[in-house]
Design a protein around this ligand. Structure first.
Ligand code: NCD
Length: 308
């Protein structure tokens, strides 16, 4: 297993063993993530965060992870304040960031942007979301959360709900869950179904996902319900968005039809797809899931920068 200097572009670049190693390392970082212990293992290292699309959790948790391990951060959180506004190409921006720091965390609206950036950077590039493509670090924290809550993934019934067409988190997660042997059910409006290539990737690792538009039926024997936001910003036509905007809502009434111990996850931000009344139930783990982003991103940074 070699992590040093490794780019994190797609979860498909990682084996089960490597994923489990990241999860195991993340567990050790929990007290550091909570600020109960302090470490300076990344002292002297600089992270550039380049976010060309909105973000709260991903950017802040990467930055918090870096600071809590003694490293520092330089960032472009608003593209209008960087030379991108003047027409600078992504490759030139990346070359600069690469010469100023030890690792680049990039969020971009174009699929494939992180892969391209990695070609121009000598230091590792971490994909923090490339358009409707992938979101591998979210995937790692999602797997970490399921393993913490359910102690296994193999054989679990997992429902992925919402915008499966444009949602990058579910593109990464569906494949990874299939790799770990979960039974998958995809629930979405007809027009927002999981892309065929993701379904094929699941089949290639031995899982045949089910697909439906009916949520009530799908959650009857679910262990995990993973809810996603309809990705308004990716719709070419606003009319089309308004047709599907309120297709599903997870509320207490729906929850009464699910197994008592089904957990509800969401990468956040949520809009209206989970009613606030659900937050207080023991089923809701989405805020814990968001916290898990810190130890998981600590583990990622530690492994790629220190290689241990
Ligand atoms: C997700 C994203 O950016 O893809 N957010 C996140 O990173 N936690 C999900 C979303 O925006 O709906």
């Amino acid at each position: 297993m070699e992590f040093k200097n490794r780019d994190i572009i797609s979860i498909k670049d990682f084996s089960r063993e490597e994923i489990l190693h990241i999860v195991k390392t993340a567990k050790k970082f929990i007290p550091f993530a909570r600020g109960k212990k302090y470490s300076d293992v990344l002292k002297g290292k600089i992270l550039t965060s380049l976010f060309f699309e909105p973000s709260t959790r991903t950017r802040l948790s990467f930055e918090s992870a870096m600071h809590r391990l003694g490293g520092s951060v330089i960032s472009v959180a608003e593209p209008t304040t960087s030379s991108v506004k003047k027409g600078e190409t992504l490759s030139d921006t990346i070359r600069m960031a690469d010469s100023y720091s030890d690792v680049i965390v990039l969020r971009h609206s174009q699929e494939g942007a992180a892969r391209l950036a990695a070609e121009f950077a000598e230091h590792p590039v971490v994909n923090a979301g490339d358009g409707a493509g992938h979101h591998p670090t979210q995937c790692l924290l999602d797997l970490f959360t399921i393993l913490s809550e359910k102690k296994k993934i193999d054989g679990l019934n997992i429902v992925l709900l919402g915008d499966l067409k444009y949602g990058r988190t579910v593109h990464s997660l569906a494949y990874a869950l299939a790799l770990f042997g979960a039974n998958l059910t995809f629930v979405s409006p007809k027009t927002l179904e999981m892309p065929r290539e993701v379904v094929k990737e699941c089949k290639d690792v031995g899982i045949e996902p089910k697909s439906t538009t009916v949520l009530e039926k799908a959650i009857k024997d679910a262990d995990v319900l993973y809810v996603t936001r309809i990705q308004k910003e990716r719709f070419p036509d606003p009319e089309e968005y308004s047709r599907v905007a309120s297709s599903y809502r997870v509320d207490l009434n729906l929850l009464s039809k699910a197994p008592k111990d089904m957990i509800i996850m969401h990468p956040l931000p949520r809009v209206a797809e989970i009613a606030p009344e659900v937050d207080k139930t023991p089923n809701a783990v989405y805020f814990k899931q968001a916290f898990n982003g810190i130890p998981v991103r600590m583990a990622i940074l530690y492994l790629i920068l220190r290689g241990e």
